[in-house]
Structure formats: structure tokens, C-alpha cells
Design a protein around this ligand. Structure first.
Ligand SMILES: [Zn+2]
Length: 395
């Protein structure tokens, strides 16, 4: 039996962020934090040496595009079976920590209320502690409340908790109304976690403000589908996932995209023609929050990896690349380096959340963001809820 408990530790915090203690059954962790996704597990398991991910919370993300959503909802049983098979394989690797199942939808898409049943069936796996309720169409707000309650009760009866998903990029009034319903359902234990499907905070500031306004609620706020955003003169991709904690969100996961057959074929072809001397890293850089190309990395740090994560520890750039571009039998495999970059990003990024956690604890998240090259002067953490709505909305 899984039961979620959420304790907000700093309700009087004035400068953004919040620390919560979350327990899922017998597991517990502190926030802000990032989840380890099925893609992270896949990357770790693909490396030549055994790398064990020890993240306190895992997330299986089912990414749907319009076409695959249609295939899932219509009578295409083989498609649903294929999905279930790949899900079971991933779960096997992830089962040592509580797993949340997240349904990622095309922007602002909603399914018919009756289709929720299919998602309930799909997620009816005892290894999942938390299952999603994807956005759905409904008549009045009471219908919304009843449907969420029913889905949630069913999940609870199986020992799972339900996570309703709210889209941040939809209509503001609808967002507010749905959010209000979910906070009310908290009182009857039917909603302890909300999944927010990512939208750019600069395009949807009021949705972010709404989350900020609700940050003393004992509800876990999870944000998923977070992309990297280009920043600065060289359009360096930035780990945007670290910026959203400002609004009182608790856990985060990067955007996961399932590649189409064409893209996979292209990547395989590209990797076959890659020579060892042309292979380059792309590293998450915790001091700046950027994802640096190898030449940029060398300019800044030379061969130093300045990282003690599971796979970087004791290595320099050269030995890292050497180890993670060859299979155990010595065969060159350029794809391994992508996986290694990914596992480093998870390890280093999780550690980074540990640092910002302390900054939130001392109510000084602004200084934290100022110290990072790519978030400097960009994030304007609120000094008080009232003042925030003014400064931020004028932006
Ligand atoms: Zn590392």
C-alpha cells in the first residue's frame, strides 16, 4: 500500500522556492529534486560497466504524439500491447524506488472522459506507485471533480495514488478552476500530487503565479516535459529544469521524446560514419547550468571534468571519452558517449538540486541564480506574493 505524505517546511519563505519532505510508502526524500526517467535508466543500463542509479524517485514517461495517441485510443490493440511490453522492460530496471507513471500529451490536447478508462488499464501495474490522470474533456467543473475522484478512488483501492495532470499552457480561468478543485480534493485524500505539463513561464506567467500562490498547500507539485532553452550569444542550451523551482514546484523531469523510425535510422547511419577522433562530449556544466559543447568545455576547464558523479569520478575528459566510446569487447560505439553524457547530467543535476535546496532553506534563491552564468539576471524570484504579480506581469 503506497501512501503519499507531503510536509511543507518553509511556508514563511519570501524569496521563492519551497522545501518539502515527501514520503511515498516507506521511501522519502526532500525537494526540490529531479526524477530519474526511463530514458535515464536506459542510458545507464546501456553503458559497458554496471551503473546503478540511486535516485529516490523514478518516472516512467509515456510520450504521445497525435498519431500515437490516436492509435492508443482506437482499437489498435497491437499498439497498446507494444507499449505495455516496453513499459514492463523499463519497470524492471526502475523497481528499486517508487515509480510515477506520467502521460505526456500533445500540447493542450484532451481526451474524452470515457477514454480515461484505457489509461487506467494501461497503468494498472502494481510496480507503479503513482499513476497519471491525463487532461480530459468534461461538461461542468463538478463533472471534472467527480471524474478525478472516481479515478483516484480506484487507484487507491489498488494501493496506488493518482496524479491529475494540469496543462500550464491552456486557458487561465480553466487552469485556476481545476487547480482549486484539486486542492479541495486534498482534504479528502483524493489528490496529494499534481502533475504540471510544462509551458514556458515567460509566456504563461499567471499560471506560474497560481502555483506560487498555492505553495503552502500540502500537495506535491511535479513538473514534467521541461526542455533545454538556448541562451546567450552562442545559443548555449541551458538546463532550464533548474529554473522552475522558483515557483514552488517540487520535482522535475526533462522532456522525453520517443524518436520515430526515420530519426532512429538517421542516427544509426550517422553513428556508423563517426570516427573516434571526431567524437565529442556535450556536458551538463553545474557551475553555469549550461550544456557545453566539447570545445567550449575545453576552453573553460581543459581536461578537468570537475565532477564526482558515478561515472566521472577519477576520470579526465580523455579517459571519460575513451571508456564511454568502447564496448567491453573493445568495439568502438559512439552512442555510448551520448548515454554517458546523460547519466552524468542526471548525477550532477541531482547534486545541483541539493545545493539549491540549501539556498531555499536560507531563503536566498536569488543569490543562487545570480551565481549561475546562464540564469543570471533572468529569473526574478518574488520578494512577496503581492509584489510578484506586479513585477512579473509587467515583464
Ligand atoms: Zn559527472
Amino acid at each position: 500500500m503506497v501512501s503519499i505524505k507531503v510536509r511543507v517546511e518553509n511556508k514563511d519563505n519570501r524569496l521563492g522556492g519551497r522545501n518539502t519532505g515527501i514520503s511515498v510508502g516507506s521511501h522519502s526524500f526532500k525537494t526540490p529534486h529531479r526524477t530519474a526517467t526511463n530514458k535515464d535508466y536506459h542510458a545507464a543500463s546501456s553503458l559497458p560497466h554496471t551503473v546503478t542509479i540511486e535516485n529516490p524517485i523514478s518516472e516512467y514517461i509515456s510520450d504521445f504524439n497525435n498519431q500515437s495517441l490516436q492509435a492508443f485510443l482506437t482499437s489498435n490493440g497491437s499498439f497498446r500491447r507494444r507499449r505495455s511490453n516496453s513499459l514492463n522492460q523499463s519497470i524492471d530496471m526502475m523497481r528499486y524506488s517508487p515509480i510515477m507513471s506520467t502521460i505526456q500529451f500533445p500540447k493542450d490536447n484532451r481526451v474524452h472522459k470515457d477514454d480515461l478508462m484505457l489509461f487506467d488499464l494501461f497503468q494498472n501495474n502494481p510496480q507503479f506507485s503513482i499513476i497519471s490522470i491525463p487532461p480530459f474533456k468534461y461538461g461542468g467543473i463538478t463533472e471534472f471533480e467527480q471524474a478525478i475522484g472516481k479515478y483516484s478512488e480506484k487507484a487507491l483501492s489498488r494501493g496506488q495514488e493518482a496524479m491529475p495532470v494540469l496543462s500550464m499552457s491552456g486557458d487561465l480561468d480553466i487552469f485556476k478552476r481545476e487547480f482549486e478543485v484539486l486542492t479541495n480534493l486534498r482534504d479528502s485524500d483524493l489528490c496529494k500530487v499534481i502533475g504540471f505539463s510544462y509551458a514556458n513561464p515567460f509566456s504563461y506567467p499567471q499560471q506560474m503565479m497560481e502555483i506560487y500562490r498555492h505553495r503552502d498547500e500540502g500537495i506535491w507539485y511535479h513538473c514534467f516535459g521541461i526542455p533545454r532553452t538556448p541562451r546567450g550569444r552562442g545559443a548555449t542550451p541551458v538546463a532550464h529544469i533548474h529554473e522552475l523551482q522558483n515557483w514552488g514546484l517540487d520535482t522535475f523531469s526533462p522532456r522525453v521524446t520517443n524518436l520515430g523510425t526515420k530519426q532512429i535510422r538517421y542516427l544509426i547511419m550517422k553513428s556508423q560514419s563517426t570516427k573516434p577522433e571526431d567524437l565529442e562530449c556535450r556536458r551538463f556544466d553545474s557551475p553555469t547550468l549550461g550544456i557545453l559543447k566539447e570545445p567550449d568545455w575545453r576552453t573553460r576547464y581543459g581536461h578537468d571534468l570537475h565532477c564526482k558523479c558515478l561515472i566521472c569520478k577519477g576520470k579526465d575528459l580523455q579517459s571519460f571519452k575513451e571508456e564511454y566510446s568502447h564496448e567491453l569487447n573493445g568495439n568502438f560505439n559512439p552512442n555510448l558517449l551520448r548515454y554517458a553524457d546523460k547519466v552524468h547530467e542526471l548525477g550532477s543535476g541531482s547534486e545541483e538540486f541539493g545545493i539549491s535546496k540549501e539556498a531555499i532553506k536560507s531563503d536566498d534563491l536569488p543569490t543562487y541564480f545570480q551565481s549561475k552564468e546562464f540564469t543570471k539576471d533572468r529569473i526574478m524570484p518574488p520578494s512577496s506574493p503581492v509584489k510578484v504579480s506586479k513585477t512579473f506581469l509587467d515583464f
